[in-house]
Design a protein around this ligand. Structure first.
Ligand code: ZN
Ligand code: ZN
Length: 427
């Protein structure tokens, strides 16, 4: 068995991992580099972007663009595998993006929508065989819903690829039990380390954040939250926070469709994903799917406006001009608040990922920052390594500081720092 990280040994985003055994090869993730990072073009990769793909397949850990964004650069016949709910959400997102005004951008997303039609889906723990390689997905918690770790087995070796994950989300309590049950006898763990230099990124759990939001919604009547439309657990938490604070919950039809996918596929497992979309009897958690009239900005009209004015609301927004009129209308009131619930690096002009249009969108308002990271903190990484006890070692990926692994985790296992493109012989 041979292992190559084509990109991602010393950067966050754009990771591509290849595992080859007996002429078969599987790839894990094929995404775009994060905005603002140094461009590292990939050479053509046999079995992924060129050559014969009859003995290869691509597995995607989750739908973030830095893991899935380059799927259109694969050979057209290459089989791609994505989690079932993840693919449905990704399809909604890409379908919306294919209508954005910039023709180059919209074309890119149209091609992705076409490629999605050919993608295979899997459920957790479903074993998928590509020749002599077996891949088993483990459902874990991340800021993308339906994110997976993969166990890759071949040639009597077992590798665990973590993808992106964390220990402080709503579904994180399953992390260690899942690893104890399924990630036994692991030879190597390829682990993300996004937060290795960001100790403050995870000071709050998602549960604590939900409680904070609930308090805010009790104290403020008109609440606008700018949050990623695919940060599913955050959004369900906002719904529950609104309901507990006896406020209405408002989002547009695109967002409603995404939430309904998750409710449909997952409410039988936990009431957290159960929204009573048709409830009309009480303002507490009353759900409004706000329809947009043509290209007009979003607005509350007639009875809806008087109802929302009376009871208050939490409304989800995106940094898009169609939301501006509504925010401007309410921002004048002392009873209103605008929250920013994404990574603050996008608003920091000193960071490479600085997003100027997002910054300008939020500039007129007083912003309350409420967010916690989608990635594991150091304690969680340590616990994972102690649980899995990889016999061969830990291979860092999706991190800006692979050298820190040695300093932090040398007691847990041997650290194997690879460079992009190194071929590692898995013995
Ligand atoms: Zn990532
Ligand atoms: Zn991610």
């Amino acid at each position: 068995m041979k292992l190559t990280i084509h990109r991602g040994t010393n950067q966050i985003g754009g990771c591509v991992t290849e595992i080859e055994s007996g002429g078969y090869r599987i790839f894990i993730d094929f995404g775009e580099q994060l905005p603002g990072t140094e461009i590292k073009e990939l050479k053509p990769i046999d079995g992924l972007t060129c050559g014969d793909v009859s003995k290869s397949a691509l597995f995607i850990t989750h739908y973030h663009g830095d893991h899935i964004g380059k799927i259109c650069d694969t050979v057209a016949d290459l089989p791609i595998y994505v989690g079932k709910t993840a693919l449905e959400i990704f399809n909604c997102l890409e379908s919306r993006l294919s209508y954005i005004p910039d023709p180059n951008e919209s074309d890119k997303h149209k091609r992705i929508v076409e490629r999605i039609k050919t993608i295979n889906t899997f459920e957790q723990l479903q074993k998928i065989r590509i020749g002599e390689i077996t891949v088993t997905p483990l459902f874990i918690d991340h800021s993308a819903f339906a994110a997976y770790m993969f166990i890759v087995e071949a040639d009597n070796k077992r590798i665990l690829h973590t993808g992106d994950f964390r220990g402080h989300g709503f579904r994180s309590k399953g992390l260690i039990p899942t690893l104890k049950s399924y990630a036994k006898n692991i030879d190597y763990i390829i682990s993300e380390g996004s937060n290795i230099q960001r100790p403050n990124a995870t000071i709050q759990t998602e549960q604590e954040l939900q409680k904070d939001f609930e308090l805010q919604f009790r104290n403020n009547k008109y609440n606008f939250v700018l949050v990623s439309s695919t940060n599913i657990d955050r959004i369900f938490a906002l719904y529950h926070a609104s309901k507990n604070a006896k406020r209405c919950f408002v989002c547009d039809s695109y967002q409603t469709n995404i939430l309904k996918i998750v409710s449909e596929n997952h409410k039988q497992f936990t009431s957290f994903y159960n929204i009573d979309y048709d409830q009309k009897t009480t303002p507490a958690g009353r759900f409004f799917d706000l329809k947009r009239q043509g290209r007009n900005p979003f607005s509350f009209n007639g009875k809806l406006k008087s109802y929302l004015d009376k009871y208050g609301f939490c409304m989800l927004i995106r940094s898009n001009d169609s939301f501006k009129q509504l925010i401007d209308e309410y921002a004048k009131s002392n009873d209103s608040k605008v929250y920013y619930s994404k990574w603050n690096g996008y608003l920091d002009s000193k960071k490479p990922a600085f997003n100027e249009s997002l910054y300008n969108f939020l500039k007129p308002y007083e912003i309350e920052y409420k967010h916690t990271s989608g990635h594991a903190d150091l304690e969680t990484l340590k616990t994972v390594f102690e649980t899995v006890k990889p016999k061969g070692g830990i291979i860092p990926i999706h991190t800006e500081a692979p050298e820190k692994f040695q300093e932090l985790f040398h007691e847990q296992a041997t650290i194997i720092p690879l460079h992009d493109g190194d071929v590692f012989d898995v013995k």
